[in-house]
Design a protein around this ligand. Structure first.
Ligand code: TYM
Length: 363
C-alpha cells in the first residue's frame, strides 16, 4: 500500500523492492549523486534494495576493455564510500547475473524496433555517432541507407531500454530511484510489462515507478551554462575530484555580465549555479545570494567560492573513503561475490517463470 507520494505505509510488513543501477563509464559526478545515489542511501534502511553497476549497458558505447573494468571497480568503491552498505542492500555487477542477458533476449521478442528508435536517448546517441547536427535529421535513413554507418550505431544501443527493463522487472521492483533523464526508459519498462502480461494473459509483472520522496525527479545542471551535468558533456564535478581541481572547475563556471535591473530572472547559466547551490548549501545561504541577485549587489566570484566550499563539504569525506576502499581489491570482490549470489537467486526465480509463461518447457 502506498500513499500519494509513493511512500510505503508503515503497515506493510513485506518491504517494497527497490532497484537501480549506474553505468560504469568513468567516475560518479554530482548528477549521479543527487539524481540517484543519495536517494539509494536514504532508502536502504526501509526497503529491500538491489543496486548494481550497469557494465553491460556501458558496453553499448564500446569502451576500452581495461577502462571498463577499472570503471566497474571505481563505481563500486564510490557506492561503498558514499555509504551503501552491503549488509543492507544487495550490491552487484550486472554482468555477474547471466539470467539478465537471457531474459533480455526473451523480452526483446515483445519490443518494437520503432518504439526503440523513437527513444530520446537513442536518438541523441545515434545522432552523435553519425555526426548529424540538424534537429530534423533522419536517423533511420542514415542508418539504413549509409553503408559506412552500419557499425556506428550498434544494436545494443537500440535495445538499451529492453536491457534496462529486464534489470528492473527481473526483480519485480516497486520503485526505481533515477534522475529525470531516465524517466522515459521507466515509462517503456511499464509498457513492456503491460504488453507481456496482456500477450500471455497473465498478471505477472507490476508497473515500477520512480521514487523522489514526494518531490520532482532531479536534473542536476552542468557548469558550462548548458543543460544537465553529464560525462559526455564534459561539465562534471566528480566525487573523486581533489580540492584544487574542484575549486578551479567551480570558479570557471559560466555566468553572465550580472543583473541589469532589480528582480530580473537569472539567465540559464546563473540559474544553474543557484540550482547547484540549492543542493549543497544551507537555505539561508541560498537566500542570501538570491537576495543579492535581486538587488543587484551579487558578486559571482563570492557566490562561486561559497558554492565550491559547500560542495567540498559533501564530496571531500566521500573522496577520502573512495581512495581507501578503492585499493582494497579483496573487499571489493567479496562484496560483489555476495551481491551476485543474492541477485542471481532473485533473478533465477523470475527467469524460470518467464520461460514457463513463454512456453519454453522441458520435453
Ligand atoms: P546513468 O549511468 O547515465 O546515470 C545513473 C543515474 O544518475 C542519474 N543522473 C542524473 N540525475 C540528475 N541530474 C543529472 N545531471 C544526472 N546525470 C545522471 C540518472 O538519471 C541515473 O539515475 N540507464 C541508466 C542505468 C541503468 C538503470 C537500470 C537505472 C541501467 N539499468 C535499471 C535504473 C534501473 C543510465 O544510463 O544511468
Amino acid at each position: 500500500m502506498t500513499d500519494q507520494n509513493n511512500t510505503p505505509s508503515q503497515a506493510d510488513d513485506k518491504k517494497k523492492i527497490v532497484v537501480s543501477g549506474i553505468r560504469s563509464t568513468g567516475n560518479l559526478h554530482l548528477g549521479n549523486y543527487y539524481g540517484a545515489l543519495s536517494k539509494f542511501l536514504r532508502m536502504q534502511d526501509d526497503y529491500d534494495c538491489r543496486f548494481f553497476i550497469a557494465d553491460l549497458h556501458a558496453l553499448t558505447t564500446n569502451p576500452d576493455p581495461k577502462q571498463l573494468h577499472e570503471s566497474v571497480k571505481n563505481i563500486l568503491a564510490e557506492y561503498l564510500a558514499a555509504g551503501l552498505d552491503p549488509e543492507k542492500s544487495t550490491l552487484y555487477v550486472q554482468s555477474d547475473v547471466p539470467e539478465i542477458p537471457e531474459m533480455y533476449l526473451l523480452l526483446n521478442m515483445h519490443v518494437g524496433i520503432g518504439e526503440l528508435m523513437r527513444t530520446a536517448s537513442f536518438k541523441d546517441k545515434a545522432r552523435k555517432a553519425l555526426g548529424l547536427t540538424g534537429e530534423g535529421d533522419e536517423i533511420e535513413k542514415e542508418i539504413i541507407g549509409n553503408e559506412k554507418s552500419q557499425a556506428r550505431v550498434n544494436a545494443g544501443l537500440l535495445t538499451y531500454p529492453t536491457l534496462m527493463a529486464v534489470d528492473i522487472l527481473i526483480h519485480h521492483a516497486d520503485f526505481v530511484p533515477v534522475g529525470k533523464d531516465q524517466e522515459q526508459h521507466l515509462e517503456l519498462t511499464r509498457r513492456f510489462a503491460r504488453r507481456f502480461n496482456s500477450f500471455y494473459g497473465v498478471d505477472y509483472f507490476g508497473e515500477p515507478v520512480n521514487f523522489n520522496f514526494g518531490g520532482e525527479a532531479l536534473k542536476v545542471p552542468g557548469l558550462d551554462g548548458s543543460g544537465k551535468m553529464g560525462k559526455s558533456e564534459g561539465n562534471c564535478i566528480y566525487l573523486i575530484d581533489d580540492e584544487k581541481t574542484l575549486r578551479k572547475k567551480v570558479m570557471r563556471a559560466v555566468t553572465d555580465e550580472g543583473p541589469k535591473e532589480p528582480n530580473q530572472k537569472p539567465s540559464q547559466p546563473v540559474e544553474n549555479l543557484f540550482t547547484l547551490m540549492e543542493l549543497v548549501s544551507e537555505p539561508e545561504v541560498v537566500k542570501h545570494y538570491r537576495d543579492a541577485y535581486a538587488d543587484m549587489s551579487i558578486r559571482y566570484g563570492d557566490m562561486k567560492k561559497q558554492l565550491a566550499e559547500d560542495i567540498l563539504k559533501v564530496t571531500l569525506p566521500i573522496r577520502e573513503r573512495i581512495l581507501d576502499i578503492r585499493s582494497n581489491d579483496e573487499y571489493l570482490s567479496k562484496v560483489v561475490r555476495q551481491g551476485a549470489e543474492r541477485a542471481r537467486a532473485f533473478a533465477a526465480d523470475t527467469l524460470k517463470d518467464v520461460r514457463e509463461i513463454m512456453g519454453i518447457r522441458k520435453i
